[in-house]
Design a protein. Structure first.
Length: 221
């Protein structure tokens, strides 16, 4: 939190406007309870089955859950009834299925569009040049609400490359606000993890996804 405050101050922003998502994949229910007791309110999970097990144990009272891993279409039905933000919508089929399943529960699921601005083949996300068209089509689905953009920075120690990724994502985020159908609902830019979250904040992120710096190293799945 102190690091977030410092990065926010350096970029002329308020730290309370930046949401910290504690990435709890592969961590136990007790770990999450401990983090929550120390003030964490948002938790990020990558795998639907693991998320469901933790949701069954902890619910959503005082916790906002985030899905930050790739979502398979056949798994959408398992999250549609839960208090969750899906940060990884990167194709039309997922948006369509989320809206279809959410409608069954008379819900509107908040989502972020995931874009691959790192240029790395191993990263999920739509291509930057495809974002505008995908975004416009996704706005037609009534049971999801697009609230912003998410990216994963490049896996490199080259700060300039990371900054270029974040700068280009911020530009896309700002352009999303100009869509008439999305006026007032585009508010979140999710980028930055343990290695680069302070840099992400300096380049406009208002959601950071931090795992190792909170929970320590993860054991294998």
């Amino acid at each position: 939190r102190e690091n977030i405050r410092r990065a926010a101050k350096e970029s002329g922003r308020k730290s309370e406007d930046i949401k910290l998502v504690a990435v709890s994949k592969f961590k136990s229910v007790d770990d999450i309870r401990l983090a929550a007791s120390l003030g964490a309110t948002d938790f990020g999970e990558n795998y639907i089955q693991e998320f469901n097990d933790k949701y069954a144990a902890l619910g959503s009272d005082g916790i906002q859950w985030h899905i930050i891993g790739n979502v398979q279409r056949n798994k959408v039905k398992y999250i549609a009834d839960k208090n969750v933000i899906v940060q990884t919508v990167d194709r039309l089929s997922i948006a369509e299925e989320l809206s279809k399943q959410a409608k069954k529960f008379d819900r509107v699921i908040p989502v972020l569009m995931q874009v691959n601005t790192s240029g790395e083949d191993t990263k999920s996300g739509c291509e930057p040049e495809e974002l505008s068209e995908l975004f416009e089509k996704c706005l037609e689905y009534e049971n999801i609400r697009i609230e912003g953009l998410m990216t994963i920075g490049p896996n490199t120690t080259d700060i300039k490359s990371v900054e270029e990724c974040f700068e280009s994502t911020y530009a896309l985020f700002e352009s999303m606000k100009n869509f008439e159908k999305a006026k007032g609902q585009i508010k979140y830019l999710s980028m930055g993890m343990t290695n680069d979250y302070m840099l992400a904040i300096k380049h406009g992120a208002n959601i950071v996804r931090v795992g190792r710096a909170i929970f320590g190293e993860r054991e294998s799945r």
